[in-house]
Write a protein that binds this ligand. Structure first.
Ligand SMILES: NC(=O)c1ccc[n+]([C@@H]2O[C@H](COP(=O)([O-])OP(=O)(O)OC[C@H]3O[C@@H](n4cnc5c(N)ncnc54)[C@H](O)[C@@H]3O)[C@@H](O)[C@H]2O)c1
Length: 273
């Protein structure tokens, strides 16, 4: 699928993998990238990038991906200024890592300390529900545009209309200390498989990538000791993956119309049981 002239929305676009995807989309000559992020520096980040690119292609939208009215404002603005949004990579994500069950010992009594329900729900909101809703809104953008043009079911003779790449994780297969994150990322598999079946009616593909440990602020927050002792020895590359390597895989998935499932980009992750 030719990306030139397309309109994209990337959440979590101010940092790490999302930012690397936004950069690669500009190299593909897209018309506009809605860069969605919570960070206060978003306007400056986009302004600096646009100066570097020599055109106003990164459009900043600052807000929480969980907020549905914010989501609607982003899409309405992008659609009115540029046209239907046909590409989406909902990359905003958080971790709230902790063992599922810990024991609290006090004066001979033992009480269980179970993972915080508040944290669990926040991770579900940000890492599972939000990416699905930003994806569905993208499908809606294409669907409405097609209806306005009198088009119904997409036909193979047409060009592919759009693509969505969800960001899972190697943790979707289970990872110690990541009960909420792993659950959210595994849940995206079901959403991807369903959207892949439904959205093709409008000519939109949906696939999922499962990155391994990638050199972003999310992973650096784990600390150098943990990275050196518990992550790198369990990979075949023995280094963190670069964000541009994951972004390159995502661009391949956006462009190649044969891709409809999942890609594990995990640097040979093989943790102990
Ligand atoms: N780094 C890795 O090793 C790795 C591996 C597998 C999957 N992932 C996934 O890739 C995606 C990007 O992660 P990253 O490593 O680039 O992280 P990152 O922390 O560098 O970037 C995440 C961005 O999302 C934004 N964000 C977080 N919550 C938000 C919210 N509620 N609303 C709007 N913006 C929000 C943050 O401000 C940040 O800019 C995430 O979905 C993450 O789960 C990362």
């Amino acid at each position: 699928m030719e990306l030139k002239g397309k309109i994209a929305v990337i959440t979590g676009g101010a940092s790490g993998i999302g930012s690397a995807v936004c950069r690669k989309l500009v190299e593909e000559d897209v018309k506009a990238v809605g860069v969605v992020d919570l960070t206060e520096e978003l306007t400056q980040i986009c302004a600096a990038a646009n100066r570097e690119f020599g055109r106003d292609v990164w459009i900043p939208y600052r807000g929480d991906v969980v907020d549905s009215s914010f989501r609607e404002r982003v899409f309405a603005d992008m659609e009115s200024r540029f046209g239907p949004v046909t590409l989406c990579v909902p990359a905003a994500g958080i971790t709230r890592d902790r063992l599922a069950v810990k024991l609290h010992k006090d004066n001979g009594s033992v009480t269980p300390n179970i993972y915080s329900e508040t944290d669990f729900r926040r991770v579900m909101d940000v890492d599972l529900i939000a990416p699905i809703y930003w994806s569905m809104r993208t499908v809606a953008s294409v669907a409405v545009d097609r209806a306005k043009r009198g088009l119904k079911e997409w036909r193979p003779e047409e060009n592919m209309q759009g693509a969505i790449i969800l960001i899972g994780s190697i943790s979707s297969a289970g990872n110690r200390g990541q009960i909420s994150y792993a659950t959210a990322k595994a849940g995206l598999e079901g959403a991807q498989a369903t959207l892949a079946k439904e959205a093709i009616y409008y000519g939109v593909r949906c696939a999922i990538i499962h990155p391994g440990f990638t050199d972003t602020p999310m992973v650096r927050a784990l600390g150098e000791d943990m990275i050196r002792n518990q992550i790198l020895p369990n990979t075949q590359l023995h280094r963190l993956i670069r964000p541009d390597e994951i972004a390159g895989a995502i661009l391949f998935m956006l462009k190649n119309s044969a891709v409809s499932g999942s890609l594990w980009a995990d640097a040979g992750w093989h943790p102990r049981a």
